[in-house]
Write a protein that binds this ligand. Structure first.
Ligand code: NI
Length: 415
């Protein structure tokens, strides 16, 4: 594929320049003046696509179920009872609809934590996105009903599928995993050489009961993606600033569930690798990384307007997020994965185009298209890889069934 006459922003720190982009086998082959006939995207801007580093994609089925509750009520009283009734088909369509929303917002890949992992992976395979898929792992006194085994078997089945799908391990949190279980998961991650994805210090009550430093120590030799990290004090941030640790900052979810504001500006000063996640649609309630970037910037600017510069925020969602994911991506240059978002500079939110990077973070610039591995997964309002109306029809039927609790079959052991 050859894209002609587009304004290319190579990475978060560079300025737009007019160029053509040649893509071969999912890789950016060349950026510059290229002879040949291609698709003319003059008047548009190409930027490295975004990665959402924490979500539970299938939760789009539960969007809006609990908008005014604290985390414990949200989780234990509203979400878990519904999750008991989920089945494979629901997880497939829930994941699919979330990917449509993510693609529409310039996201090329996501790090997921859920269950019925084969359904998640099948949806990702069919839609054409990237995903690092982890199973939510919980135990009671060391007994996990085979969840870790299931997670490892999934990794064996799907690891590096089509270069787009990979697996990791997803211990839910210190409050749903015993210490012994966390150590076992860490050992398995080392053996399989896969990342670990875990919620940590999301809420104040979690902080009162668990020592994050001790838990982080369990994972010192593996790649760890830490969702939330809201409750860290400034003098504890050193523990997060390891080469192999990544924080996934989820500002909407943290504010909405009353968990607070993660000390992101302080983390960045300490060299912590911070990325951005949306969390699931049951807590956010959108999967809009552009909105998330703006919010992430604004809540730190409330303390000091020089915090969270545009370039810094864009780097978090592209280059740093790609590193968390383990992808050679996050820049539009030769040899990188062809994951690209195209912005529509004819839209008023993207004007004046001279300040386009500012608009991406602060003005909700309009996404025209999203490309993953050289293939359009979203293009000018359409989703070329799927049958949109059929998917939405199925999603509506299944979510209605779920929310009315018409499911007779109970899947508690799967959760
Ligand atoms: Ni989460």
């Amino acid at each position: 594929m050859l894209i002609k006459n587009i304004l290319v922003i190579e990475n978060a720190f560079s300025q737009p320049k007019k160029a053509d982009i040649l893509i071969e086998n999912g890789i950016i082959k060349k950026v510059g003046n290229i002879e040949g006939v291609g698709i003319d995207l003059s008047g548009k801007v190409a930027f490295p696509a975004f990665y959402n580093t924490h979500t539970h994609a299938a939760m789009s089925l539960m969007r809006g179920v609990s908008d005014d509750d604290p985390l414990d009520v949200w989780l234990f009283e509203k979400v878990l009872p519904l999750e008991d009734s989920l089945n494979e088909e629901m997880v497939y369509y829930g994941t699919m609809v979330s990917m449509m929303e993510m693609a529409r917002n310039g996201i090329a890949g996501f790090i997921d934590m859920y269950f019925f992992l084969d359904s998640v992976a099948e949806a990702v395979k069919d839609f054409g996105m990237r995903a690092l898929i982890t199973r939510g792992l919980v135990d009671e006194n060391g007994e996990d009903n085979g969840r870790l085994k299931e997670n490892l078997e999934f990794i064996e089945r799907w690891h590096d599928f089509d270069g787009r799908i990979s697996g990791g391990l997803g211990p839910h949190s210190p409050y749903l995993c015993s210490k012994g279980y966390l150590q076992k998961i860490s050992a398995a991650a080392k053996e399989y050489n896969v990342p670990v994805h875990m919620h940590l210090y999301e809420s104040a009550w979690e902080r009162d009961k668990y020592d994050a430093k001790e838990i982080l120590e369990f994972f010192k030799d593996v790649k760890l993606i830490i969702a939330h990290a809201v409750q860290f004090k400034e003098n504890e941030l050193e523990a997060l600033s390891r080469e192999n640790f990544f924080v996934s900052h989820n500002p909407s979810s943290n504010l909405k569930l009353g968990n607070g504001i993660a000390p992101v500006a302080e983390m960045l000063k300490k060299g912590v690798k911070v990325t951005v996640g949306t969390d699931g649609a049951a807590s956010n309630n959108t999967l809009d990384i552009l909105h998330e970037m703006r919010l992430a910037a604004l809540i730190q600017k409330a303390k000091n307007p020089t915090n969270m510069k545009v370039e810094e925020v864009l780097n978090m969602t592209t280059k740093v997020a790609a590193e968390a994911f383990g992808l050679n991506a996050g820049e539009i240059k030769d040899g990188m994965l062809a994951d690209i978002v195209i912005f529509d500079t004819s839209d008023i939110s993207c004007l004046p185009v001279e300040n386009i990077k500012s608009h991406i973070v602060h003005s909700r610039c309009k996404v025209f298209a999203t490309m993953v591995a050289g293939r359009w997964i979203y293009y000018n309002g359409m989703f070329p890889t799927i049958n949109e109306s059929e998917i939405l029809y199925k999603f509506k039927k299944l979510s209605q069934k779920l929310l009315k609790k018409e499911i007779s079959e109970i899947h508690r052991s799967s959760i």
